[in-house]
Ligand binder design. Structure first.
Ligand SMILES: *Cc1c(COP(=O)(O)O)cnc(C)c1O
Length: 449
């Protein structure tokens, strides 16, 4: 979720808690035998009253670097030699172990550039998860290709790799797994199917900086891998993106496409292919070079806290933290995700549970809605261009093929915490668990209102 909507969410939660505080029937409740131990949403004392770590982190070096770009008066990578952007590409290559890297304006343009390099176009089908940020799907639709939704594995929140093969047709061109929340998809299965069926693999690693599958950084396992450095992400320059690859030809196509059809090294006004301008600015490149220095340490802190939190939450009936696949050797924890079972909380619906948790001082969210059912899908497929490319029969069949019952359930059960909450201390994790246990103990009071 974007930080903007998160902020709105927090503001709304604070506002609703404040509104509850002035409700006339509440003082009597607080004064009951429960006293200060009552749920915060019912006027009790919140488990936590301090803020979680803020984001992003900045130092004097960020400021110096930013000013250096400003004073140099070379704000675009073209003509700046060596550019900050090319130095960041070098850094990101080293940090991911990829042979090549092309920086882009953002993660969405990294995906669009990659799909162009992979020659995905009208009439093609791309296998995607329904549980992702909408940009994954938008990138496919912009190519006038069809996103074919592969149902989710509820235990891991990821595309269920066992359901990929059944979705392949003679129109399938590419598998687009998303390492959602920073938890790697089962890449053994994805890569085996891709090889067997001669399909391309584009990894959406926009939430998975430094995550690993069997010791290899995600994004480097498929043909191309995309990252986002948007403000909410674990590595951040406000907006930003990158494509990594071990394939020289595909990298050259990406480089050309993102630079209006020019290779960086080529003669200007000679165009190999059509393209667009998806270049990263020097400001973004300079900031990322500084921010990237802190990523490894921050990432280790997130992992330690997430492991500890999982140990605590596993013991709470009705709370099931997302599992990782056996081949995952490192989780990026862009999100901390778990499933909530209301039957273990006296039937308190998830929405009410989230409100109660917010009131206890723990920011949280319900996460994605089923993308395959979103109105924008129908609107896009019903557009003039899509109707010219796909027959009525094809579009009707498409609707029938895109049922994801497991994902529907997942979307109704999911709860998220954000990566910044994992940047604090063990005591922070203790308080998260305590807030959930407190709500469980008092769940009956939430159903009575
Ligand atoms: C953030 C994100 C994107 C898009 O990246 P932007 O930099 O915001 O354009 C794509 N896919 C996923 C899974 C994301 O989380």
């Amino acid at each position: 979720m974007r930080s903007k909507s998160r902020r709105e969410f927090l503001t709304a939660a604070v506002a609703s808690a404040a509104a509850l505080g002035v409700k006339p029937d509440l003082p009597s409740f607080s004064a009951s035998s429960e006293g200060a131990n009552a749920l915060a949403i019912n006027g009790g004392t919140p488990v936590r009253t301090t803020a979680f770590p803020d984001w992003p982190k900045i130092t004097d070096d960020d400021e110096k670097s930013w000013n250096a770009v400003l004073r140099k008066k070379m704000w675009c990578r073209l003509g700046a030699d060596p550019s900050y952007v090319s130095r960041f590409e070098e850094t990101w290559k080293n940090m991911t172990g990829a042979r090549y890297c092309v920086a882009t304006a953002n993660g969405t343009t990294a995906l669009v550039t990659s799909l162009n390099a992979l020659d995905v176009g009208p009439g093609d089908e791309v296998l995607v998860p329904p549980y992702t940020f909408v940009a994954t799907i938008n990138a496919v639709l912009l190519q006038h290709a069809l996103p074919i939704y592969v149902d989710s594995d509820r235990e891991t929140f990821q595309m269920d790799a066992d359901k990929i093969e059944a979705s392949i047709t003679d129109r399938t061109r590419c598998i687009l797994p998303v390492h959602l929340g920073g938890y790697p998809v089962d890449m053994d299965k994805v890569l085996a199917i891709a090889q067997k069926r001669d399909l391309r693999v584009l990894e959406d690693a926009c939430q998975a900086h430094l995550a690993e599958w069997r010791g290899h950084k995600v994004g480097t396992l498929g043909d191309l891998g995309c990252f986002s450095f948007q403000a909410s992400k674990n590595l951040n320059s406000g907006e930003g993106g990158a494509i990594v690859s071990n394939n020289e030809d595909l990298t050259q196509l990406c480089e050309s496409f993102h630079n209006n059809g020019h290779l960086m090294s080529a003669v200007w006004y000679r165009y190999a292919i059509n393209g667009c301008n998806h270049r990263m600015t020097e400001f973004q490149g300079a900031l990322l070079l500084e921010q990237a220095k802190r990523l490894e340490a921050q990432s280790r802190t997130r992992t330690e806290n997430a492991f500890y939190l999982t140990k605590l939450l596993r013991d709470i009936p009705g709370i099931t933290p997302a599992r990782t696949y056996e081949g995952c050797t490192r989780n990026a924890y862009h999100l901390y995700m778990f499933r909530y079972d209301e039957s273990r909380f006296a039937g308190v619906p998830r929405s009410r549970f989230l409100e109660a948790l917010e009131a206890e001082g723990i920011p949280c969210a319900s996460g994605y809605t089923p993308l395959n059912k979103e109105p924008f899908m129908k609107a896009t497929l019903g557009s003039r261009a899509f109707k010219r490319i796909y027959s009525e029969k094809e579009l009707k069949e498409y609707e029938e093929r895109n049922q994801c019952p497991e994902n529907d359930r997942l979307c109704a059960e999911a709860v998220w915490f954000y990566q910044t909450m994992l940047l604090g201390t063990r005591q922070d994790m203790d308080q998260i668990a305590e807030a959930i246990r407190k709500i469980q103990r008092h769940a009956g009071e939430l159903t009575r209102t």
